[in-house]
Design a protein around this ligand. Sequence first.
Ligand SMILES: Nc1ncnc2c1ncn2[C@@H]1O[C@H](COP(=O)(O)OP(=O)(O)OP(=O)(O)O)[C@@H](O)[C@H]1O
Length: 226
Amino acid sequence: MTAPAIRAERLFRFFHSGDDEVLALRGVSLQLAAGEWLALTGPSGSGKSTLLACIAGLDEPDGGSVWIAGRRITRRPEAARARLRARHVGVLYQAGNLLEHLTVAQNIRFVRRIARLRPDGDDVAARLAAVGLDGRGGALPGELSGGQVARAGLAVALANDPPVLVADEPTGELDELTERAVLSLLASRAAGGTAVLLASHSRAVARAAHRVLHLRDGHIVEGGEG
Ligand SMILES: Nc1ncnc2c1ncn2[C@@H]1O[C@H](COP(=O)(O)OP(=O)(O)OP(=O)(O)O)[C@@H](O)[C@H]1O
């Protein structure tokens, strides 16, 4: 049997500030199969970003485990987590997905180099065409429009052809038209087998996803597997 693209088991994450303890995640479990697209919703502070960071290996939970395509990413040294992430996870943020001093094409090649994939043999032009940015590989991020930056960010997040794409409010700063364009790119990526896990306040995003999980105070309150 193939392992799920994402398996998270009873994740806990606590933060301390002064005498206060914030329970950001209180035993969250979820699974995503290849090609499945899950939207995480919930009020501000409910734990969405913390959950995504723990799943992507950007943060280490205080309890529980995460497996990406059958490989455990939690309770490993940072360098090992970074290697797993570089090879198996695409991360898309609301902003800041591109290194400003590199062109779009160089950003894509850089991600592939970090993942130890062949940068030279890769068809960067096809990747750019897939996000509607034909011919813009030589542009610096500062030379692109907001919508083009968003699409370039997606091309960069997917440059390592990851089985899992994790996205935190990827359409938060976009106009409706660009949001729709990004959602349709995500849909086609999911149709191609990528598991997409995305946190968002946007209704359009929740409607577009296959499944919605609602978080409140670090718990799944709707849509969970019980
Ligand atoms: N590094 C940190 N240090 C202290 N507290 C933190 C830290 N990161 C998150 N928190 C707290 O953990 C809780 C969950 O935060 P998180 O950012 O995961 O929520 P969210 O649902 O993503 O919110 P938003 O929709 O506003 O992005 C919040 O109470 C937040 O203040």
